[in-house]
Write a protein that binds this ligand. Structure first.
Ligand SMILES: [Zn+2]
Ligand SMILES: [Zn+2]
Length: 98
């Protein structure tokens, strides 16, 4: 997987640590720890740790009975939309324990 860095000004060299899947959030869905504190702290329940995302996608795809191989072609943006469509992802993956 490619290396992701934060898109926000002054954070460009910060590594992405989480993804936001909150559907009403207007902020960047990929962000570093600095953005986490300032932009997504009020809906942190809707955030997924970067290191968990690949596992999450793979498990979700297999849970859905789809072809696991598909996950190799799935982009992060697709993955986020994919997870957003699944209202039950939190119950399937109660992994966000901060
Ligand atoms: Zn940032
Ligand atoms: Zn957010």
């Amino acid at each position: 997987m490619e290396i992701f860095t934060c898109k926000y000004e002054n954070n460009e060299n910060e590594a992405i640590i989480e993804f936001c899947v909150n559907q009403t959030c207007q902020k960047s869905s990929q962000y570093c720890y600095k953005c986490l504190m300032t932009m997504h702290s009020d809906h942190h329940d809707d955030c997924i740790r970067f290191k968990n995302l690949t596992d999450l996608i793979n498990e979700y795809i297999s849970f859905q009975g789809q072809i696991i191989q598909q996950s190799n072609e799935i982009s992060i943006k697709q993955a986020i939309r994919f997870i957003q469509r699944s209202k039950e992802w939190k119950t399937i993956f109660p992994l966000q324990k901060i």
